[in-house]
Design a protein around this ligand. Structure first.
Ligand code: 5GP
Ligand code: MG
Ligand code: MG
Length: 183
């Protein structure tokens, strides 16, 4: 076994596991209140939102249904272009349903703004967005986000579902990736 600790690859921990759980509990309370008289379908965007979906869904006391989508943004390197391809579509029919998209992070907002418009075209009763993280300084398109965990600086973060080359998703905290990892 190697003794490397993945936490050594972080320049700074932004949010600990306990802080994330507490914030998700607060978001769940808001969502419970807002959807008290409605059935909601929560849609997780793979793969980054897996941890948020798992913890948020268990913190909700309302009846919910869960579904998943996988999308990929065409773009050069790490920048998203807004041209989106569906890799895995929903199983659910959205007609007259209240849909809540659950995301890990909103960076430029291009992927999510495309996704929201796509889901809105399927005849739902409503489409709202919940994201754990948002980078306000990176926004390229205005996007109406109802539930936001934290606004963060425009730095590359990993952990709690967020990856760098498919690594670090299993960290229980969220941190800024140290430059020595990618330089
Ligand atoms: P957007 O279309 O908003 O620019 O792209 C959002 C997607 O880019 C996220 O779902 C995520 O996959 C990726 N992304 C954006 N910022 C970060 C970041 O700081 N860390 C990680 N790991 N992924 C990010
Ligand atoms: Mg995502
Ligand atoms: Mg990624």
């Amino acid at each position: 076994m190697d003794s490397q600790d993945v936490h050594d690859d972080l320049e700074e921990v932004l949010y600990t596991a306990d802080q994330i759980q507490a914030r998700i509990g607060e978001l769940a309370a808001e969502i419970d209140r807002d959807y008290a008289d409605k059935d909601v379908l929560i849609v997780g965007v793979l793969k980054g939102a897996v941890m948020v979906m798992a913890d948020l869904s268990r913190a909700l006391s309302s009846h919910i249904a869960m579904d998943w989508m996988a999308v990929s943004s065409y773009g050069s390197g790490t920048k998203s272009s807004g041209v989106v391809r569906i890799l895995k579509d929903l199983d659910a029919d959205l007609m007259n349903r209240h849909v809540l998209i659950v995301e890990d992070i909103i960076d430029s907002g291009l992927t999510l703004s495309w996704l929201k418009a796509n889901l809105q075209s399927r005849g739902p009763a409503s489409v709202e967005i919940c994201t754990l993280l948002r980078k306000p300084d990176a926004a390229k398109v205005p996007i109406d986000v109802k539930y936001i965990g934290y606004d963060i600086p425009n730095k590359f973060v990993v952990g709690y579902g967020l990856d760098f080359a498919e690594k670090y998703r299993n960290l229980d905290c969220i941190g800024i990736l140290a430059p020595h990892v990618y330089e």
